[in-house]
Design a protein around this ligand. Structure first.
Ligand code: SF4
Ligand code: SF4
Length: 554
């Protein structure tokens, strides 16, 4: 990360830390780069004690001065992480010795890696062909060159971060040209699929062109690349816009890079029970965890641990990680009575537990541990109910949740028969289905009069028994509305709900009842119209199908 980027981060962090109450606690920051250092400084300002867990091979271990000399630093790797928000115990392997560390929050802040694409372009690195990182850290190397070629996106889609860095260097090297003669220095940008739609990149693109940078675009036929004995690179090809052939042998070639997540995330996610996205980052873009929360309460993934983004995005993540951490620590400091109102949590009745460990394996939030019997960690439980609906021993209850509320609501709807309209028991995730239907109602859209809307903390909480029970209590149909796959706060809410609905529908088939009376659909909280349509279509179907209690076995 360059000085400019660090400066930007500090500015945003300073703004976020101003005027905040001091809070006590400890934050474990996992990472060994400048990003971890910037975070640690911000936490210190908040009176939150940062401890940095840097990789064992970090130069500071050998006594070198680093960006985080000010913070307590442990060199090693996390082995596992027990507990929940406010009370984590992290086991660490430090030079072969096992250590244990307690922290209120954990922040993953490992830097991305840059892989220069010399080899794939058939170029050897030398003083006339350097990587983009080398050019960013020492742009003086380009000062004397009269002709420079920057390569971007010729081998894979261009990354906006890479293009932004190239554009920044160009603007530094080429003075504004309005009232000056054309610059002596020539800068060529050889671009493949250049993506400039994001944020301010379009204006950076225009600005570089205004200041004299010349773009060559290659969408079909990339230029031929060879390298002379003196290390100078030779480009030959046809410019796609002008269709004119060209040969350019610049004084300097700047080779682009691929940005990849830290290779440590694979092991870290396995050891700490954290979800990864398909690109190898922790967390990804799940809207219900947006943006730095992970599947484990109190563990955050910020900046380069979460995605490739520019300095502004990294700084926003840092400020968010700080404010979430502050909240966790303040919450822990508040009295336990207040904390009891934090929402439903699961509880195991040891007398009914058959020790199958299904809850331990299935909890998406790492909230079940063996101590030595299966036990729910209150601070880690998100109250999703997945464990309860999977437990074969019926040993799990949810505190803070009215277990009989669904049945009573359905009975009540049945007892006040809405003419001859069907009764629909709609089990809705609070974050998606329920929110969508509530906004339809708020917008004045009439919902079916026979609707019994049952809000669940997560669709994962639906059990096969609750579906049967809905019919027993008077429902004519059961509709489960959950989040889309990949955007579920608990990861698999829709998949688990669908699995149970399919199971119940199969049973209906076996006993010759119409399985279409059980329906699942996924939607987002802002899809009020779609939610209403699903509901009214289902109502229509049930009107044709008739009352469940009257249904003759097929
Ligand atoms: S799923 Fe139920 S029975 Fe199995 S270990 Fe957990 S609490 Fe016990
Ligand atoms: S309710 Fe959800 S978060 Fe809590 S222990 Fe059960 S599965 Fe885990």
């Amino acid at each position: 990360m360059g000085n400019k980027a660090v400066e930007k981060q500090n500015n945003i962090l300073n703004q976020s830390t101003r005027n905040s109450d001091p809070a006590e606690g400890k934050a474990l920051i996992i990472g060994g780069g400048e990003y971890a250092a910037t975070l640690a400084q911000a936490f210190l300002k908040e009176n939150i004690r940062p401890v940095i867990l840097a990789p064992p091979e970090h130069p500071a271990r050998a006594g070198a001065r680093t960006a985080f000399d000010f913070a307590e630093t442990i060199f090693g790797e996390a082995l596992f992480c027990h507990g929940g928000a406010g009370r984590f115990t992290i086991s660490i392997d430090s030079a072969g010795k096992k250590k244990s560390l307690c922290a209120s929050v954990v922040i993953l802040a490992k830097e991305t890696r840059r892989l220069p694409l010399f080899e794939s372009h058939g170029i050897k690195e030398n003083p006339r062909a350097i990587s983009l990182s080398a050019a960013v850290s020492d742009s003086g190397r380009l000062a004397d060159a009269e002709n420079i070629v920057f390569m971007v996106g010729l081998k894979q889609e261009s990354d906006p971060v890479i293009f932004e860095e190239i554009a920044d260097i160009c603007l530094d090297l080429l003075p504004p040209s309005d009232d000056l003669p054309p610059p002596k220095k020539k800068i060529y940008i050889f671009a493949g699929n250049l993506k400039v739609a994001e944020n301010h990149l379009e204006s950076l693109y225009r600005q570089t062109r205004r200041q004299g940078a010349v773009y060559f675009k290659f969408t079909k036929n990339p230029p031929k690349i060879s390298q002379g004995a003196d290390g100078r690179v030779l480009f030959q090809g046809v410019d796609e816009s002008t269709r004119l052939p060209f040969v350019i042998s610049p004084d300097m070639t700047v080779v682009d890079e691929m940005i990849v997540p830290s290779p440590d995330f694979k092991a870290l996610s396995r050891r700490m029970g954290l979800e990864m996205d398909e690109n190898g980052f922790i967390q990804g873009d799940n809207v219900h965890r947006f943006s730095v929360r992970t599947n484990r309460k109190g563990i955050f993934a910020a900046g380069p641990a979460r995605k490739i983004q520019g300095a502004d995005g990294d700084a926003r993540d840092a400020a968010l990680a700080l404010s979430h951490s502050r909240r966790v620590i303040q919450r822990m400091a508040s009295d336990s009575k207040n904390r009891e109102n934090d929402g439903p949590t699961a509880e195991i009745n040891p007398g009914s537990c058959v020790f199958c460990l299904t809850c331990l394996r299935s909890c998406p939030h790492g909230a079940v541990e063996l101590a030595p019997n299966p036990t729910i960690i209150k601070e880690a439980c998100e109250g999703c109910g997945a464990c309860r609906s999977l437990c074969p021993g019926n040993a799990i209850s949810m505190t803070g949740l009215d277990e009989g509320a669904a049945d009573s609501k359905i009975k009540e709807t049945r007892l006040n028969p809405p003419d001859h309209l069907p009764v629909i028991a709609s089990f809705c995730c609070a974050r998606s289905g329920a929110a969508a239907l509530e906004s339809a109602l708020a917008a004045g859209q009439p919902l079916p009069r026979g609707l019994a809307l049952i809000t669940l903390p997560c669709a994962a909480a639906i059990s096969v028994e609750s579906i049967y029970s809905a019919f027993k209590n008077g429902a004519d149909g059961v509709l489960i509305l959950s989040c889309h796959d990949g955007n579920c706060h608990s990861g698999k809410g829709h998949a688990l709900a669908r699995e149970r609905a399919d199971y119940a529908a199969d049973f209906f088939k076996k006993i010759k009842m119409d399985p279409k009376r059980i329906k699942t659909a996924s939607l987002a909280s802002n899809m009020a119209g779609a939610g209403l349509k699903i509901l009214t279509d289902f109502e229509q179907f049930l009107m044709t199908a008739g009352r469940f209690s009257n249904q003759k076995k097929q």
